[in-house]
Design a protein around this ligand. Structure first.
Ligand code: COA
Length: 371
C-alpha cells in the first residue's frame, strides 16, 4: 500500500512585542521609507526575555497538535528547523519534546538556515511515506533578535522572531506532501553566516569584541542568489510532480524581501496575487517564515483543502529548495486554534503544576492531581 504524508494541523507562536520601522529609526541610522522601499518590511515581532526558540517552538507545536487532534504522546518524531537554536547542543527539538510531553518521540534539529523548514518537512514526510513513522511535528522556530547586531543597519532591520509548526500524519488516502527538491551551494557559505561559536572560530573575548557572534551578511550576493533560485526551484518541483504552474493554487515563499518575490513572480510569469506575503508584519523569521505564512493563508481561506501549494525557500548555506503539497487539513473537521487558546496553552506550558490548576480553575491543594 502506498503511504502518503498529510499536513493535518498547524499552529504559530508570535511574540506580542511589535518593533516598527519607526522604532528602528531611533536605534540605527535608517528610515521607514528606506526599509519599506528596499524590503517591504514594516514591523517585526521580538521575543520577550522569557521566550526562547524552544518555548516558541513548543507553543506552535501544541497549537498544531490541538488543531490536528493529536495528543503529544502520539508523536513519533519532532524536527526543529532553526538558525537560532536554544544551544549548540543539545538539540532544541529535545527541549521541545520534554516541554510538550511527547514521551515516545525522537527529536533532532535540522540546520539549513531559512530553507530549513522545507528540508525538515521533506525528511519527516519521507519517514512517514516509507512506513518508518506515522506522526511527526515539524517546526520552524527562531529568536533571531538574540543573534542580530542591533547596531548594524544592514541586518537588524530585516529579521524577526516567531515559530510555526505542522503536524504530519500518514494515511493511504492520496495527497499531502507530493514532491520536493533540495539544493545547496556551499561556495557561498560566507555571504550569510554567524562566524564565531563553532569549531573554526571558538567563542572568545576577542570574537565578542569584534561582533563575530552576530549574523553577518553581504546583502547583494544573497539578493542575486535568491532571485535566481526561487523561480528555478519552483519550476523544478512542479515538473518533478508532473504538474504545470497552472495547477498551483498558491505559492508560499520564504518571507525575506518583497522585491525578491516580485522578481520570482516575473520569472514564473505568475501574478503576485498567487504569492502569500506577510513579511510586512513579521520581517524575515528564517525557518519560521514559511509555516507562519502558510498558517495565515489557511486561516484567511487562501489555502483550502485540495489546493496544490508550493512552499519555496532559500537562505544561508547557501541552501534552497521547494516542496509541493496537496493541502489536507485535519482528518476530522476542526477549526483553527484561536489565539486566546494558544495563549492559554503557552501559559499552561510555562506554569508550575500549582499555577496550572489555578489557570484551569481546578482546586489547588492536592498537588498530586496536577499535571
Ligand atoms: C539588504 C538589502 C535590503 C540591501 O538593499 P540594497 O538595495 O542592496 O542596498 P545596498 O546594500 O546597495 O545599500 C545601499 C545603501 O543603503 C545603505 N543602507 C544599508 N542598510 C540601510 C538601512 N537599514 N537604512 C538606510 N540605509 C541603509 C548602505 O549603506 C548603502 O549606502 P552607500 O550607498 O552609501 O554605501 C538587499 O541587499 C537584500 O534584501 N538582500 C538580501 C538579504 C536577505 O534576504 N537575507 C536573508 C536571506 S534568507
Amino acid at each position: 500500500m502506498t503511504r502518503y504524508a498529510h499536513i493535518t494541523g498547524w499552529g504559530t507562536a508570535l511574540p506580542e512585542h511589535v518593533l516598527t520601522n519607526h522604532d528602528l529609526e531611533q536605534m540605527v541610522d535608517t528610515s521607514d521609507e528606506w526599509i519599506v522601499s528596499r524590503t517591504g518590511i514594516r514591523e517585526r515581532r521580538i521575543a520577550s526575555p522569557d521566550q526562547t526558540t524552544a518555548s516558541l517552538a513548543a507553543d506552535a507545536a501544541l497549537a498544531a497538535l490541538e488543531h490536528a487532534g493529536v495528543k503529544p504522546s502520539g508523536v513519533d518524531l519532532i524536527i526543529v528547523a532553526t538558525s537560532s537554536p536554544e544551544h549548540t547542543f543539545p538539540a532544541t527539538a529535545c527541549i521541545v519534546q520534554d516541554i510538550i510531553g511527547a514521551s515516545k518521540a525522537g527529536a533532532f534539529d535540522l540546520s539549513a538556515a531559512c530553507t530549513g523548514f522545507i528540508f525538515a518537512l521533506n525528511m519527516a514526510a519521507q519517514a512517514i511515506r516509507t512506513g518508518s513513522i506515522d506522526t511527526a511535528v515539524v517546526i520552524g522556530a527562531e529568536t533571531l533578535s538574540r543573534i542580530v547586531n542591533w547596531q548594524d543597519r544592514n541586518t537588524c532591520i530585516l529579521f524577526g522572531d516567531g515559530a510555526g509548526a505542522f503536524v504530519l500524519q500518514g494515511s493511504e488516502e492520496p495527497g499531502g506532501v507530493l514532491e520536493a527538491v533540495m539544493h545547496a551551494d556551499g561556495s557561498g557559505a560566507d555571504v550569510l553566516s554567524l562566524p564565531a561559536g563553532g569549531s573554526k572560530i571558538p567563542t572568545s573575548a576577542d570574537t565578542v569584541a569584534h561582533g563575530l557572534h552576530y549574523v553577518h551578511m553581504d546583502g547583494r550576493p544573497v539578493f542575486r542568489f535568491a532571485t535566481r533560485v526561487m523561480a528555478e526551484a519552483t519550476r523544478e518541483v512542479v515538473e518533478k510532480a508532473g504538474l504545470t504552474l497552472d495547477d498551483i493554487a498558491i505559492i508560499v515563499p520564504h518571507q525575506a524581501n518583497y522585491r525578491i518575490l516580485e522578481v520570482a513572480a516575473r520569472g514564473l510569469k505568475m501574478p503576485m496575487a498567487k504569492f502569500m506575503v506577510n513579511l510586512d508584519k513579521y520581517g524575515n523569521t528564517s525557518t519560521a517564515s514559511i509555516p507562519i505564512a502558510a498558517v495565515e493563508a489557511a486561516e484567511k481561506g487562501r489555502l483550502r483543502k485540495g489546493d496544490k501549494v508550493v512552499m519555496v525557500g532559500f537562505g544561508g548555506g547557501l541552501t534552497y529548495g521547494a516542496l509541493l503539497a496537496e493541502w489536507t487539513g485535519p482528518f476530522e473537521d476542526k477549526p483553527p486554534v484561536k489565539p486566546e487558546r494558544i495563549r492559554l496553552l503557552a501559559r499552561l506550558r510555562s506554569a508550575g503544576k500549582r499555577a496550572r490548576r489555578k489557570i484551569l480553575n481546578l482546586p489547588v491543594g492536592d498537588e498530586k492531581l496536577g499535571g
